[in-house]
Write a new protein. Sequence first.
Length: 131
Amino acid sequence: TMTIEANFAEFGETVRLDVPSYVYLGAFDKDILWNESEKYYINNTGNVDAIVSIELTTSDPIFNNLYIRQYKSSANVTLNIPVQVQNYSIRIDANSKSQFYLSLNLTDYDGALSSNNISLNASLKFVGMAA
């Protein structure tokens, strides 16, 4: 008896996203209610163009004030405007990348902010679908 095995990969359309595993948004206090990250990238290493959206996973409502934007300064001003991460989507070509900035804006946050909120965190799931 002989067992024959073969692996076949990359025959179909594949979306593969590579994103940073950690982003630090800085320290907040009564005088600092908004911070923005440095520039990061979403890399589509797949073989097909992708539409990328983001799912926010957290139990803390403070992260409902998490925003993303593609550029800080662009001639296309709509790319400069921060959008809540849950409402963001972008098209990224195959084997390409797109830059982004994350920000946490608490200027209109009406929940309680206490000094006991050390190292709060949330998870972002980047979901890619073939465009």
